[in-house]
Design a protein around this ligand. Sequence first.
Ligand code: NI
Length: 262
Amino acid sequence: MTFQLPNELQNEDSIRLELRSWPEVDDYLQHCKGVILPIGSTEQHGPTGAIGTDAITAEGVAIEVGRRTGVLVAPIQSYGMAEHHLGFSGTMSLTPSTLLAVLHDLILSLARNGFERIFVINGHGGNSATAKAAFAQAYSSAATKRLQVAPSLRCKLSNWFMAGSVFREAHRLYGAREGQHATPSEIAVSFFLEPSLLSKKKPLPDSHQAGPIYGPDDFRTRYPDGRMGSDPFLAKPEHGALLLEKAASCLSDELIGFLNES
Ligand code: NI
């Protein structure tokens, strides 16, 4: 089936899966087999960033992609693989095997009722390896369980912050001060989506430069305030609006290509 892009922006209420009834989802499946699954993390983002940054941003991008494409957006999986951040208060992590099991089960649930294209919009780099492992496990389970969609089931991971135009804009705005964690780009998007977070903004000393990542105690020793080479004081809500626009545009194109893939 060729995917038809809607003529106008959809209301947020109409693309949130949790606000649909099951007959409405059945109707939707008659014309689209795709769904967006946002995943984030609940982890420290330096002394001035929100614990929920990766979930807030991934969900914000997912909703905007849903509004542009009309593709349903599943509720966000806000807990991710954040073991290395556990040395900081407020972090809540799933071990890789738990996250793998959760994503596998969510994908199988969607596939069971006819969803064939699962577009995972991710807000946290630490989820990537586990998400890809979950996809492989889901393909295997779908085949073993002889689900009707098994031969056509596909999952795709898209890290919004790695989208080409987002990456370029972040480096144009912040240069080397973008860093690797608690970056001004993600903090800017969180400011735009949740303006109350702006009250946390304050200048910070130069961050320890990004390097290797091991366990939580080692991470805290290497990066004492939780940042990795970043300067989130540079973040502004208007940057967030621009970065969100670029992410939504790039990921919408990627999603349409994915839905139309043979
Ligand atoms: Ni983050």
